[in-house]
Design a protein. Sequence first.
Length: 275
Amino acid sequence: MTDTQNGRPYADLLGLAQEAARRAGELLRDGRPADLAVAHTKSSPIDVVTEMDIAAEKLITDLISGRRPDDGFLGEEGASAAGTSGVRWVIDPLDGTVNYLYGLPTWAVSIAAEQDGETVVGVVAAPMRGETYHAVRGGGAWATGAWEGERALSCRTATPLTHALVSTGFNYVAEVRAHQAEVAARLVPLVRDIRRGGSAAIDLCDVACGRLDGYYERGLHPWDLAAGDLIAREAGALTGGRPGERPTGELTLAATPGVFEPLQHLLEDAGAWHD
């Protein structure tokens, strides 16, 4: 199946993802109740889901299924359908829920479209930044924001690991977090500095934008990384997991070409993918 419009591959999928991300972002930004509470928890008592995560996913899936009823879904908050079209939507309706719960601005809506198992469209909307990032496989990465029109994204030029600004994230299971802290402690003396933003989708887009030289994290799910991984790759970054592997729950890594390999080997030596 090929999705084309006006000669542009996947234009319909991209337009729908952009609309869904925009509308969900507006719901989350403008509809956040003052007394926002935790709806339930996931992997641990501090791994939270709010009523707004659930509402945003419903908005996205309702919109997409209304336009494309034969497509499949994989969503963080439970959306799951096999579909028959060969297209599956991978959705994180609110990436950075703890930030959102506390009123911090680093959170995003992440929507990717896969065709026959390959990600072909990725959109990440960061409403509190006023920015949205998108990519189509083979078409480069782009962003809209306070500037006029779309801006092409490109990762930073070659930087040695010692001068790299690297971001990471931490799991919500205490034992895993403790090991991740040990890995980060080994990394700190070897890089420019480390950041922890709290949204995998935004970190991946910040690699694409040239705001970070690298990002790594253990424990991500497909919905955390599907859109951001495509955006980073289309901006010229390298992405992967353990050496020779694609990004997985064991390890997700995105970095500039000069930083990727040494950072990957350092993380492998540190056992970043296991306790």
